[in-house]
Design a protein around this ligand. Structure first.
Ligand SMILES: *Cc1c(COP(=O)(O)O)cnc(C)c1O
Length: 427
């Protein structure tokens, strides 16, 4: 079978394929830049592994208390090196990104302290961690208050509001790198650096944390290199490379990481305990693959942006913008298109391709939500996935793809499904 016949066997017709070729012809330079970034970050990861003497013995796991777990301790040194921190905590006991962020916050704040977000509302799940939405065990229950400075409508920082929000109780500042599912721009590492410099000019000794979810390996630098004290993220996103089955990381100042370790396990025990079970090999191998996996996801995002923009849809970021994370939003303007898009992504998956995603009433949301994912690791969003709430403007959020050909197939299937259902005007 040739190339066209292979795609035809997946239901992709000649028109959709030809249209995609036209788009891809114009993306050669963009893809070259993405490959160059992957190359730099791949070298960075290999260097960190060599300098810390990663060996076969590191892939042995530990059980029970997990004392002297060589793999775990070496992995943490490798993460510290890659992200340019003094120290790191990288554990399967950190269950997800929200847990990693909650851990970093709860361990570095004390009753009476105040937390500040200078970049508007944080990621949804953090609202309950902070206590913006009432919840059991929130920072608020422990007497830790929260303040926020919103962004300007164009996504720029409101410096005077930020200055006004900083006071003698401000102990920790949280900066979310990726827009997540909000409609504001994601911040480049350079922009984060500018914000950090400003905050330090007002209050030099404040702890600055960056929620690094979805941003890892998209750029050459990471936020610790522009003055952050802590970066935090999930191993079932970019740095897990699709292989990590679970986990989160906190990298940064020794003091901050130590606080987190004592909270994750127990005062007095700290980082000395915490068995890695059998996760070490996939953590190392996943980190090794992460730069090229992130590049694959980025190519998918750039391709989707350009394809849907050409068909007249509003896409965020637009086709030409530089990327600071792997999320792509497309405003599809109708519930039928949103559903068709997700069906297409599902139909292209290596796992669970035979199921049809349906909108459902997800807890915590005010509208029905549809989600498509056929993943090897449950809930992994570095794998190709799409979701969106069934409300105006029917925006689909699309991310991931462990390989570029898979991301491409998913996007072609999304378009083909809409075309087959008569939901787009074909030229
Ligand atoms: C995904 C994400 C989180 C939360 O991670 P989970 O693993 O879903 O708990 C937090 N912040 C941002 C910006 C994210 O993208």
């Amino acid at each position: 079978m040739n190339y066209q016949e292979m795609y035809r066997s997946f239901g992709i017709d000649g028109e959709v394929l030809a249209f995609s070729e036209e788009i891809l012809n114009d993306l050669k330079d963009r893809f070259d830049q993405i490959d160059q970034m992957a190359e730099i970050n791949q070298l960075k990861v290999i260097c960190a592994m060599q300098e810390n003497r990663v060996s076969e013995a590191c892939f042995q796991g530990s059980t029970g208390y997990g004392y002297n777990d060589l793999g775990r301790d070496t992995l943490e040194k490798v993460y510290a090196h890659v992200f340019r921190g003094e120290d790191a905590l990288v554990r399967p006991q950190i269950t997800c990104g929200t847990h990693a962020l909650a851990l970093a916050l709860m361990s570095n704040l004390r009753p009476g302290d105040e937390l500040l977000s200078p970049v508007g509302k944080p990621y949804d799940t953090l609202e309950e961690v902070i206590g913006i939405r009432k919840s059991r065990g929130s920072l608020r229950e422990y007497g830790i208050t929260y303040r926020q400075a919103d962004l300007n409508p164009d996504g720029s920082f409101r410096y005077e509001d930020i200055r006004g929000a900083i006071n003698e109780r401000t102990k920790l500042v949280t900066i979310q790198r990726s827009k997540g599912y909000a409609l504001r721009p994601s911040f480049s590492v350079v922009k984060i650096g500018e914000l950090i410099r400003f905050i330090r000019s007002v209050k030099p000794d404040v702890i600055i944390m960056v929620d690094n979810c979805y941003g890892e390996f998209v750029e050459e630098k990471e936020p610790l290199e522009v003055g952050a004290d802590m970066v935090v993220g999930s191993l079932i996103k970019n740095p897990g490379g699709g292989l990590s089955p679970i986990g989160g990381y906190i990298v940064g100042k020794k003091e901050c990481v130590e606080n987190a370790a004592c909270r994750l396990t127990s005062p007095g025990l700290g980082r000395e305990v915490g068995a890695s079970l059998s996760a070490n090999r996939s953590f190392f191998q996943g980190l090794f693959l992460a730069p090229t996996v992130t590049a694959a996801a980025l190519k998918g995002a750039v391709f989707a942006a350009n394809l849907y923009e050409k068909l007249g849809f509003h896409v965020i970021p637009d086709g030409r913008e530089t990327r600071h994370d792997i999320i792509q939003a497309v405003e599809l303007q109708s519930p039928e298109r949103l559903i068709a898009f997700c069906k297409g992504i599902q139909a292209a998956a290596p796992v669970d391709a035979y199921v049809t995603p349906e909108p459902w009433d997800m807890p915590g949301y005010d509208a029905k939500v549809i989600m498509a994912a056929g993943a090897f690791i449950s809930g992994s969003s570095i794998e190709l996935s799409a979701d969106g709430p069934l409300k105006e403007p029917y925006t689909v959020y699309f991310q991931g793809g462990l390989t570029w050909p898979h991301a491409k197939l998913g996007i072609l299937k999304s378009l083909q499904t809409m075309k087959d259902e008569g939901l787009i005007i074909w030229k």
